[in-house]
Design a protein around this ligand. Sequence first.
Ligand code: XIL
Length: 317
Amino acid sequence: RQSLRKLADNDDLRIGSSIRYDALMEDTAYQELATTEFSSWTIENEMKMDAMQPEENAFNYVKVDEMTEMAQAHDIAIRGHVLVWGEALPAWVQEQAVDRVSAERILKSHIQNIVTHYKGSIDTFDVVNEAYHDNGTLRDNIWLRTIGPDYIPLAFQWAHEANPDANLYYNDFGTEMSNKKSEAMLEALSAWKEEGVPIDGIGTQMHLDAADTRFSKDRIAEWFQRIEDAGFQVAVTEMDVKLQNLNNGDAKNIQAERYRDVMEACLDTAACGEFTVWGISDNHSWITEQESADGKPLLFNENSQPKKAYHTIQRKL
Ligand code: XIL
């Protein structure tokens, strides 16, 4: 078959998947799909703060270095995920980040060490992840408590200082269409951008539920256009479509349509340069692990065979 990667190259689109270190190193079928079907890899867990800096100032680059080297050998881009998040924090952060001064020191050092280490090999980062609530207010986390809302623009400034050429993204879920959360997010990011904060793009995770009847391709396309009009790049960063809540025989068709529609919205948006799925095959999915074995949310099945969803996006490309 004609790989997604070959087809996407013609559209100047990065087609990506999240990648897990263990599967990449141990499972040959997984490695084969990772290198032949995708032109971008997002580090699924190995770059999160608990993995990268398990003890203060003891950066653990080994696994991500190996992944980055393999990616480079196959001419694959890496999306660095994620520099600032309220989750996946090592225990020492809770003890050391006690006020604004200490938290800023820790966060700046974390961001700048990583961005500097991967200068030349990682050109795109999810800098801040999941900062907003559904109601449009900022979510509580250690960075908000100690630094305040400024932790967001500061994170982008620090990353930019370490590598002025990197593409820096804000990333969130539930923001694929206009709603309270996405409007608040876009308003704040736009205001910061106008003040000169180096925010290049907005990632929409796109974790979808096939049973969600609010899905609308037109509303997604409209929202992507709004992001573009505000001067940002757009990326689909973590797409999957879970099936466990849909009890009818049509589930696979609906899933395939969702993938096709989101791909179409991305292709129709000039600023959308990346379409990334959150895992390659259904047996390496966080949905399968954390929610239900019936979720089957990805493009390849447990036997690494392409599903209907794969073929519909292949036809779009
Ligand atoms: C998930 C991983 O897929 C899991 O393996 C891990 O146990 C928890 O994190 N939004 C994000 C991702 O930005 O980092 C999350 O990844 C999924 C939701």
